[in-house]
Unconditional design. Structure first.
Length: 319
């Protein structure tokens, strides 16, 4: 969906095809506010960060492998997307391993913009090739939609390696975390923060492969226990807020159909509320509310498990 398409839809609903009541900038603002509301109501801006198997170099170009590094001895990880609109540099995807790399190899990330924190990292070298990068300090303050550069330099003569930075972009919540350990990929268990705080943080100096996580949603802090005994590559399923659309030709690649259909109704009611046309605004808000369950069912209802199956019931009871 183009921004211009959204604008045409909203103009049709508010009967203002000539911009008599609403300027293009006002319509754009209403649409971006509506996209944020849709993302929060539907949880439809959902990003998946996968890790390639250990020692496997991801193909160059677009690929699903975007590993998230968790750091040795570090329990808490701050998500900044819930209270400030910026990118968190959390990992790096190796797209070319190169050859002849030595222990002198250094990884450098592009500096974060003013006010941010520049990420730090170290390479994983297997038989002279760079097969992974462990981010040893998450960076923050990077511009959403950007791709900070990653430099791999070896004074010992290695060459040919390349990598792409991995960013959380306006991320405000986490659905699941999985960890890669040896030849296994397993999902960490989740517990609510109060239960996690009461029972899972009793040992102050114990580290191990991580087993359980929680999130303190109001501050956007993710906690992992036990704290990692070494660097690990992990996979995260996260929820994010959409980046604003600016130009008429901008394509909304984050809120797609069928969820994009709800944006026009929410944006139109925002515009009519500005005019204090509360009756029509309330009518459009009711249309939006009616669309929510229909879109949710249409988007994923075909994969609802059989809740009467005995195996499924046992899994739920074990919770």
């Amino acid at each position: 969906m183009l921004l211009s398409d959204y604008i045409a839809q909203v103009q049709f609903l508010v009967h203002d095809t000539t911009n008599a009541d609403f300027s293009q900038s006002e319509l754009t603002s209403a649409i971006n506010n509506a996209r944020k509301a849709v993302a929060l109501d539907f949880h439809c801006v959902r990003d998946l960060y996968l890790s390639s198997p250990p020692g496997v170099v991801a193909p160059a170009g677009a690929n699903p492998y975007r590993p998230v590094s968790i750091i040795a001895n570090q329990e808490a990880y701050q998500l900044l997307g819930n209270n400030s609109q910026n990118g968190q540099l959390v990992g790096a995807t190796v797209t070319a391993g190169g050859a002849n790399y030595t222990a002198a190899t250094v990884v450098t990330f592009a500096a974060a913009p003013a006010g941010g924190v520049t990420a730090l990292g170290s390479p994983v070298i297997t038989n002279g090739a760079v097969t992974g990068i462990n981010v040893t300090r998450w960076g923050n303050g990077y511009t959403p939609g950007s791709t900070p550069s990653v430099t791999i330099f070896d004074s010992g003569g290695g060459s040919g390696a390349a990598a792409t930075a991995v960013l959380f972009q306006n991320t405000f919540n986490v659905i699941s975390i999985s960890n890669l350990w040896g030849n296994q990929r397993y999902m960490l268990a989740f517990r609510g923060f109060t239960l996690f705080q009461a029972y899972m943080r009793s040992q102050l100096f114990f580290t191990q492969r991580p087993l359980i996580w929680t999130i303190h949603e109001q501050t956007g802090v993710v906690l992992i226990q036990p704290p990692p005994d070494q660097a690990y590559q992990t996979e995260w399923d996260v929820l994010s807020l959409p980046r604003p659309l600016v130009n008429l030709s901008d394509v909304d690649t984050q809120i797609i159909d069928p969820w994009a259909d709800a944006v026009q109704y929410y944006a139109a009611q925002l515009c009519l509320t500005k005019l204090q046309n509360f009756e029509q605004a309330d009518y459009l808000l009711k249309i939006y509310a009616a669309r929510v369950p229909r879109i949710i069912i249409g988007a994923g209802g075909v994969r609802i498990p059989n809740v009467y199956h005995k195996t499924f019931q046992r899994r739920v009871m074990r919770g």
